[in-house]
Design a protein around this ligand. Sequence first.
Ligand SMILES: Cc1cc2nc3c(=O)[nH]c(=O)nc-3n(C[C@H](O)[C@H](O)[C@H](O)COP(=O)(O)OP(=O)(O)OC[C@H]3O[C@@H](n4cnc5c(N)ncnc54)[C@H](O)[C@@H]3O)c2cc1C
Length: 302
Amino acid sequence: MTGEKNYDVIIIGGSYAGLSGAMALGRSLRKVLIIDGGEPCNRQTPHSHNFITHDGNTPKAIAMQAKEQVLKYDTVTFLQGIAVSASKNEKGFDIKTAAGDTFTARKLLFATGIKDKMPPIEGFAACWGITAIHCPYCHGYEVRHEKTGIISNGDIGYEFCKLINNWTKDLTLFTNGKSTLTPEQTEKLRQHNIPVIETEITAFEHTNGYLNQVLFKDGSTMSLKAVYSKLPFEQHCDIPVKLGCALNEQGYITVDNMYKTTVPGVFAAGDNTVQMRSVSLAIGSGGFAGAVINKELVDESF
Ligand SMILES: Cc1cc2nc3c(=O)[nH]c(=O)nc-3n(C[C@H](O)[C@H](O)[C@H](O)COP(=O)(O)OP(=O)(O)OC[C@H]3O[C@@H](n4cnc5c(N)ncnc54)[C@H](O)[C@@H]3O)c2cc1C
């Protein structure tokens, strides 16, 4: 807990992007408060991959080590909790938490991530991040050459098949309803021995998130090791929008190449701003945003 109420910067979201921003700012002698709800999007994944020095570690272990290193700086304070609202004041911003505290800061960094919306398929959510996969760069190697499905349709489904065909040739596309592929796309998939199944999936039968088989509406089943799916999402935190930050048409917070949102003094970094999701990119963007925020504070006070 913290008795201090006034900070240079408040970072909302204390996962990879937020902790990285805090590292840059804390080392710049800025008084930083991180407020974190403790629900990163990859929390169910047993092993995180494709980030050198941490390949194969649990997401939690990576975050815990980051937190330990960041909190060695006495300039940084960590508060476990939820930020519920923000408002402008004459010097910067007030942030209110669910516990009823109010903190002030000159600058805000939102590193709040996104929330994946689970499809109405029984068992899917339990497999998410384990054998229901969002990204081949994170988990494709672990299920290489395995019998794999893709739940998608149309142009996105076609492109997804092309991509995943790099990791396994034993691939089936589930359009989960009528196919919207063009005849040319359907023919190309046929040439690559990728069947297209339109029958709706009703359930994933699994053991602790490890998929055994998918169940279809017509009662049929298919054994699979893994299924890729791109899920719809929403911003994990609605405060940036309520503050006036614009979202782009895909639903990400609009930032320039300095991680500035459309509201002066408000920055965003990590998954909430970009389609390409990875721990390393979140860390890179958080660190960059931290340096930009420090520079803005320097420019304002020199
Ligand atoms: C299932 C899955 C598996 C993945 N596997 C890999 C992998 O193997 N390798 C890899 O490199 N990447 C992987 N990723 C991508 C990676 O997890 C993300 O890119 C990364 O977590 C983004 O970091 P972030 O800090 O932007 O957001 P997150 O890690 O999602 O953290 C956001 C944080 O903000 C907090 N927060 C949100 N709103 C509030 C609020 N109002 N108040 C306080 N706190 C708030 C949340 O509680 C959370 O702690 C995976 C993603 C998913 C979904």
